[in-house]
Design a protein around this ligand. Structure first.
Ligand code: FAD
Length: 302
């Protein structure tokens, strides 16, 4: 398994985009207004630039892939219209160096099932940097979360360390959502990735779901450009990608997160959870692909 933090993945994607002769990246250009020119059959965006000037750009189609707070989505549907819900629990993503991990037999990544101290530990750099993402109750401020962090680490990390025993290099609380727009196409505007749908991060289906959107959208726009398809293929894009979110991404990511805290004790989890039973079956040496080597992910109940 390869784990790449977003800023490293971003650099790789940037290199590929820059190698395309027809693509241009404009940093510091912020979309502020959008509209359609029906007579010219064009969509337009008004951007505010870093130097304070503005400019209007038009195109046959505009794709809003401007993240969870998408201005394109808000202009199309309204500021507070994003169907779905926010979980009543939140997560805190941290990066730490901690020697205590050397004393335990952890795999590259593991998920800890616990009604209160559910969390995930993954090694993310060869130099020993670990990502520890843990669950918290909802409704806490940044300062309250920060104050609770040492006790959380003492409860969840091997060796129950105090802050002098580890180096906390990143601390990022996140609210977690399950949301999807009612339309990913409105006229000449299209939405993709977090601008169109959100899920909790357990299972890694957020960024990957967005990449799959863009693959389908690329095929659709290319088909229109080459006269192999008419504009109605964009409605198909909307239909198919939303169906996949509702049928696959939402239920699986929801189960992934619920599984971490829904069981009151380890015995209940081991006896009841179908996903855990599947993993146990896969750990059977006869089921493994290739020879030897332990599986590289674990579920641990405490
Ligand atoms: C803690 C955490 C862990 C995660 N882990 C995973 C994981 O393991 N695997 C996975 O697949 N996903 C994961 N995700 C989800 C993943 O990070 C997102 O799904 C993904 O980054 C969404 O990409 P995006 O391009 O849609 O939006 P973003 O990455 O948010 O990019 C949006 C871009 O639009 C720009 N923008 C915003 N507004 C404007 C504007 N008005 N004008 C111009 N530009 C604008 C922003 O500057 C930004 O560059 C995780 C998320 C969180 C919070």
């Amino acid at each position: 398994m390869v784990c790449l933090p977003l800023h490293k993945l971003g650099k790789i994607l940037e290199t590929h985009v820059k190698s395309q002769q027809t693509a241009e990246i404009k940093y510091g250009w912020k979309v502020a207004e959008i509209g359609e020119d029906v007579e010219k059959d064009k969509a337009w965006v008004k951007v505010e630039k870093a130097d304070g000037s503005t400019e209007v750009r038009e195109a046959d189609y505009v794709v809003g892939c401007d993240g969870a707070n998408s201005i394109i989505r808000r202009k199309l549907f309204g500021d507070w219209v994003y169907p779905g819900y926010t979980w009543d629990r939140q997560i805190v993503a941290t990066n730490i160096y901690y020697d205590g991990f050397k004393d335990v037999d952890y795999d590259d990544s593991q998920f800890f099932v616990h009604p209160e101290h559910w969390h995930m530990v993954a090694k993310i750099q060869p130099d020993g940097l670990y990502r520890v993402t843990y669950g918290e109750v909802g409704g806490l401020t940044y300062d309250e979360l920060k104050e609770r962090q040492p006790a959380k680490f003492q409860a969840i990390l091997p060796g129950n360390p105090t802050p002098d025993k580890y180096n906390l290099v990143n601390f990022s609380p996140y609210k977690v959502h399950q949301r999807c727009v009612d339309k990913m196409r409105v006229g000449r505007f299209l939405l993709a990735a977090d601008a169109a749908h959100l899920c909790n991060p357990f299972g890694g289906m957020g960024l990957t779901g967005g990449i799959a959107d863009v693959g389908s959208l690329y095929d659709s726009l290319r088909g229109i450009h080459n006269s192999q398809a008419d504009d109605s293929i964009l409605d198909k894009y909307d239909e198919v990608r939303r169906k996949i979110w509702h049928d696959v991404i939402d239920p699986i990511s929801t189960q992934n997160m619920q599984r971490l805290f829904q069981y009151a004790n380890a015995d209940e989890f081991v006896e009841t959870d179908p996903f855990y039973k599947t993993i146990k079956t896969m750990q059977n040496p006869d089921m493994k692909l290739g020879k030897g080597g332990p599986p590289n992910a674990s579920i641990i109940c405490r």
